[in-house]
Design a protein around this ligand. Structure first.
Ligand code: HEC
Length: 463
């Protein structure tokens, strides 16, 4: 363990990333989709034969762009920085690997992000102040820059699931960065880019529905109808293309990593381990409901479409986005970087060495000869299991191990340590690495949690 552990009781540090990331993904994907929505809508308004209607559209777009500016530039930026804090603390090894490989990618990302921030501000503040054609051009620059941020970050995100054989061949040699482009355009790059692009378009439509739901349908029925119906159309690409893109995406994930998914499907009847299957069902049900609400409440009855309808669509989209990101995380287990680094930061090729040297030899802040087996066990639990488990709370080991005695817990840990090729746990858990002493220390610690030593009253009873 090369870094200290960031302990978040009950929730687990992974969820700190998860919560910030889901919020950030919702906003940043809207920034991309909305970046295209604004100039396209503006161009459409400028070309309208009905000049009166065109002017009303532009007024509405100016209002929408204020909301857009605040949401993306304030909340998008803050949550983006939040992700950096959270990943650096939660998974320093993986963050370090990403930085070492993609520092240039991130530099590009930030350049485009700066352009995005500057142009969105100019776009908002110059409505009616500069020549309309120039204003539209600012909108296009914004759209281009925000699409570029997706194109770049998608390479880094998909790398973590499928680094690809070329990069894996040089991983650990110090020459990883020479395979930058192979790592970037990795096997899931394209399906994921198109998937995310569809989601971006849908989110642009959904957020535009929120602002258009404010329009008074009695006073401006024609304006509201045209805007609501045009916004609903932004959801169409998703519903046509996403099922096919999902299949393409899954096909690009190596068979060994897909095991968890097939496990979920195999056991759909038995229900033993069907988290992924359940999530897939949630995504299907929420998406189908979004289609229903968007078609019947928005497209068919645009004048009566109100804020609570729009919020319902947004909430469903939030659930679908969250479930999608969670499913992607589950698919990646037991790795944080596919086939190279386990979720707990242990590099796959280092396992044998750690088994020989011991897990805590390089952990200056825990290791000294006077440390008890219990506190070494605690450090091992945090380092090796804490990225996915808490003691009590999310995936609680106290509950998962309940009913087992010390010997039983010991044989479970040993099984996880031996990591036989046919072990079912390989599909979602990394091996427990370390020496025999480490196995015993972890067993002692976990046993003390699951079967706490009898309290004082037993002693009195014995007296
Ligand atoms: C990559 C994430 C990950 C890591 C790291 C991890 N686990 Fe797990 N573990 C899981 C998942 C996922 C499950 C299934 C959870 C469920 O069924 O709710 C699981 C289940 C378990 C179970 C229940 C098994 C059963 O058959 O019911 C035990 C016990 C367990 N883990 C112990 C550990 C220990 C001890 C460590 C550290 C040495 C560890 N895990 C590390 C992801 C992980």
């Amino acid at each position: 363990m090369n870094y200290p552990f960031w302990n978040i009781p009950y929730l687990g540090s992974g969820w700190v990333i998860g919560i910030i990331a889901i919020f950030h993904v919702m906003i940043s994907q809207f920034a991309v989709g909305g970046g295209l929505y604004l100039p396209l809508a503006e161009r459409k308004a400028m070309r309208m034969a009905d000049k009166q209607m065109g002017a009303e559209w532009l007024k509405q777009l100016a209002r929408h762009s204020k909301f857009f500016l605040i949401l993306t530039a304030v909340f998008g930026t803050v949550s983006g920085v939040g992700i950096w804090f959270a990943i650096g603390l939660t998974n320093p090894e993986a963050t370090s690997t990403l930085i070492h490989n993609f520092v240039f990618g991130w530099a590009m990302e930030w350049v485009f992000f700066m352009i995005e921030l500057a142009t969105v501000a100019v776009y908002y503040y110059t409505w009616d102040r500069i020549d309309p054609k120039l204003h539209l051009k600012v909108g296009w620059v914004y759209a281009g820059a925000s699409i570029a941020t997706l194109v770049i970050i998608n390479g880094i995100l998909t790398f973590m699931l499928t680094p690809g054989d070329t990069w894996l061949a040089v991983a650990g040699t110090g020459h990883e960065a020479s395979k930058f482009w192979n790592a970037f355009f990795n096997p899931t790059y394209w399906p994921s880019l198109f998937l995310r692009a569809c989601v971006c378009a849908s989110l642009a439509g959904i957020w535009a529905l929120i602002t258009s739901s404010h329009i008074d349908g009695d006073k401006h029925p024609a304006l509201k109808t045209s805007l609501v119906q045009w916004s609903v159309k932004w959801l169409v690409p998703s519903f046509v293309a996403i099922p096919f893109l999902m299949i393409w995406y899954l096909m690009m994930v190596p068979e060994s990593q897909r095991a968890l998914l097939s496990l979920g499907i195999d056991t759909i009847g038995a229900g033993t381990f069907s988290i992924i299957t359940r999530i897939a069902l949630v995504i299907i049900v929420t998406s189908a409901t979004i289609v229903g609400v968007a078609y019947y409440l928005a497209y068919r009855n645009p004048v009566e479409f109100n804020l609570s309808h729009a919020m319902a669509v947004l909430l469903l989209a939030l659930i679908a986005t969250g479930s999608g990101e969670y499913a992607r995380e589950m698919l990646r287990k037991p790795y944080v970087i596919g086939r190279w680094m386990y979720s707990n930061g242990v590099r796959v090729p280092y396992v044998a060495r750690i088994n020989q040297e011991g897990y805590l030899v390089h952990s200056e802040w825990v290791w000294n000869s006077s440390t008890s087996s219990y506190s070494r066990g605690e450090a091992i639990f945090r380092g090796e299991c804490g990225s996915c488990h808490t003691l009590s709370g999310y995936r609680p080991l106290k509950t998962l191990l309940a009913g087992r005695d010390q010997a039983n817990i010991g044989s479970f840990i040993t099984m996880l340590h031996d990591y036989k090729p046919d072990s079912p746990y390989r599909r979602f858990m990394p091996p427990m690495v370390g020496t025999k002493q480490d196995v015993d220390d972890l067993t002692n610690y976990l046993n003390a949690q699951v079967n706490p030593p009898a309290p004082a009253k037993v002693l009195t009873a014995q007296k």
